[in-house]
Ligand binder design. Sequence first.
Ligand SMILES: Cc1cc2nc3c(=O)[nH]c(=O)nc-3n(C[C@H](O)[C@H](O)[C@H](O)COP(=O)(O)OP(=O)(O)OC[C@H]3O[C@@H](n4cnc5c(N)ncnc54)[C@H](O)[C@@H]3O)c2cc1C
Length: 409
Amino acid sequence: MKRQVAIVGGGPAGMMAAIRAAEVLGDGARVVLFDKNERLGRKIYLTGKGRCNLTNRRGWEEFSPHIHPNQGFLKSAFRAFSNEDLIRFFEEELGVPTVTLQGQRVYPASLVAGDVARSLERRVHELGVDIRYGTSVASLADLADFGAVVIATGGKSYPVTGSTGDGYRFAMEAGHTVTPVFPSETALLPQDYDPGLPGMEMKNVGLQLYVDRTMVESEQGDFNFTADGLESGIAYHLSRRAVWALYNGQQVDIVMDLKPALTEAQLVKRMQREEQAGGFWSREHFSASGTKARAAEPVAFLRRFLPEALIAPFLRAHPGLTIEKLPAALKSWPFHIVDYKGFDRAVVTAGGVSLKEIVPKTMASRLRPGLFFCGEVLDLDGDTGGYNLQIAFSTGAMAGANAAKYVLG
Ligand SMILES: Cc1cc2nc3c(=O)[nH]c(=O)nc-3n(C[C@H](O)[C@H](O)[C@H](O)COP(=O)(O)OP(=O)(O)OC[C@H]3O[C@@H](n4cnc5c(N)ncnc54)[C@H](O)[C@@H]3O)c2cc1C
């Protein structure tokens, strides 16, 4: 049996695999880690807006619904190296204190993503792993001298970081099925996107996703209107389903509820109360003679309900709006989605190496002995919130340990 383990890709999954393989072998020199870049974990530096949301602290029951398309596949790897294990690993083994912020998101206490990347890279060095920087593996056949091979090449998103989808080619070389890959956790562009919307930060709104006019998913929380469309937060969560539908030529619409805490009837009552109290009248709604105008304008109510900058785009989206139609309009502002931001800006790649051909308890290929897969190259992705890095770390740890056990026989 050949005694070395090759790991292709030095992202979070590959570095974790290298660490565990070196620990199991008790000899880091028997682990060779290839990365096409001159430093490891390049993508990590960009994560969490430079702060690196390295995991999410929720227990499995609440964690698992954020994993797609097959949360069950991750269960063994998560049990073997869970979010709490990962936090302990960073704090106790790597010396990186962590902090848990809103939504159970865990970050390095320094809020510097580089601290995560550098501490992992340092550990790989300390263990004596043979790191081949600036080396792009072209084919599985080039690794024939190794006893086991771990593919940790990531997906296709943010290709400038080195993740260019090479692992899909390696998987196919070994006879694996690769399910269609598409961008996820990405911006959704509406038709006739109003120029007044980019820059608006939406707090606690509802979004409902319709595919071919059927409501398929809904979320409540925050998101942003950016130059690229509806982005981050709950918009990202809907993007997986929305992009897949657009990819398949289906009609995609998103309906925004600006007042999700109130029913339409409650909104009507609140408007009536406001009207009786005269509270909504603004200076420009007094007539020239100084008496109150008789009919209230929607805009007077809107000032009570919406941020000023949102009023003009809202009115442009609802031409001819009357007071009577206002509650319904606040509850359902439709956006017809026509495009999405591609792999160059998507946070994650959905689709990948088919999970049916991978053993979930080892990350081993069912088709080729000695071949293992981990991280985003798999047909496994998570919502934003630390889920994707946990996938990389859990599956990486499992693949590395089992590749090492494999060469030990
Ligand atoms: C902007 C952005 C922000 C993100 N923020 C977060 C966050 O806060 N929390 C979170 O959980 N997730 C986040 N993610 C997602 C997360 O970064 C990825 O899911 C994770 O990095 C995947 O890890 P990986 O090791 O599988 O692949 P990658 O990190 O993509 O690493 C793959 C590595 O393989 C190397 N490689 C590829 N092909 C070859 C080859 N042929 N030869 C040699 N080397 C090769 C590449 O150079 C790269 O270093 C974010 C992603 C982006 C783009």
